[in-house]
Design a protein around this ligand. Structure first.
Ligand SMILES: Nc1ncnc2c1ncn2[C@@H]1O[C@H](COP(=O)(O)OP(=O)(O)OP(=O)(O)O)[C@@H](O)[C@H]1O
Ligand SMILES: [Mg+2]
Length: 260
């Protein structure tokens, strides 16, 4: 998998300046080393990704993996292994120190700041710490991304009702996040991530606060979602659940990715 290690993910203009300073032969060589970004069957591609939070804290070492369109994959690893870091890199919440990421057909190193909101509309994220809006009710939290996209009110109402029903949250629809339990907050976060019918669902420990029965129900819901076309990547500690589902597993160990 040829990857230009010296390629830094700065801005497009920096890349442009870099390219015009290469001779034609060097440019041809460089471009021929680049990964094939037009591969429509692959939804997520990570190539030799390194991530340092500070100069001396390297969390990811040459992590490479792919997730095909329509796959349901688990990302596992011990606490602190780098699962959340990987998910943050995939929705462009972080920029890698070096290496390349291609998500939903976009090379993230060429994504400008103004393109990020549009890119993220294709991605539903269940955050490990939920990130619910404290001044909005359960149903308003679930509806928020649909509102931003300008979807019709009646459609939003129908989708929210359906999601609240699936998450057993109908009776808590008018409550605020601080008035509901951890497990209920987690289900609101899941409903919100699914509301836009995203191309990719990234879920970070989505069952961390749920009992085994509910965890399995949520996973079945993800499977159903996946069956209808969404590519799903779930970071989890819950090895029993992973075994039960029998899906492909990418393990992060000592900062490196291992396919299991
Ligand atoms: N903003 C940051 N600054 C410095 N170090 C960080 C930062 N965020 C995470 N880290 C470190 O990076 C490593 C990986 O963190 P990450 O949150 O990706 O792990 P994780 O696999 O998701 O862990 P967990 O299972 O506990 O959620 C940890 O050692 C963590 O302390
Ligand atoms: Mg984490």
């Amino acid at each position: 998998m040829g990857v230009n290690q010296s390629w830094t993910n700065k801005s497009f203009s920096v890349v442009g300046v870099y390219i015009v300073h290469l001779t034609p032969a060097a440019l041809y060589f460089r471009l021929s080393l680049r990964p094939k970004f037009k591969d429509q069957s692959t939804m997520i591609q990570a190539y030799n990704v390194n991530m340092c939070y500070k100069e001396d804290i390297q969390v990811l070492h040459d992590v490479s993996f792919q997730v095909q369109k329509g796959e349901f994959t688990f990302l596992v690893g011990e606490s602190g292994a780098g699962k959340t870091t990987i998910l943050r890199l995939l929705y462009r919440g972080l920029v890698p120190t070096n290496g390349e990421l291609v998500v939903a057909g976009r090379n993230l190193s060429t994504l400008s700041k103004s393109e990020i909101p549009h890119f993220r509309r294709q991605i539903g994220v269940v955050f490990q710490d939920f990130k619910l809006l404290s001044n909005k009710t359960v149903q308003e939290n679930v509806a928020i991304s649909m509102k931003v996209m300008g979807i019709r009110r009646s459609e939003i109402r129908n989708n929210v009702n359906q999601l609240l029903h699936q998450m057993s949250l109908v009776h808590r629809r008018d409550a605020y996040p601080e008035e509901i339990s951890g497990g209920e907050q987690q289900r609101v976060a899941i409903a919100r991530a699914m509301a836009n019918n995203p191309t990719i669902l990234l879920a970070d420990e989505p069952t961390g606060n749920l009992d085994p029965k509910l965890s399995l129900e949520i996973m079945r819901l993800f499977e159903n979602f996946n069956f209808r076309g969404t590519t799903v990547l779930v970071a989890t500690h819950d090895i029993a659940l992973v075994r039960q589902l029998g899906r492909r597993v990418i393990r992060i160990q000592e900062g490196q990715s291992i396919e299991v």
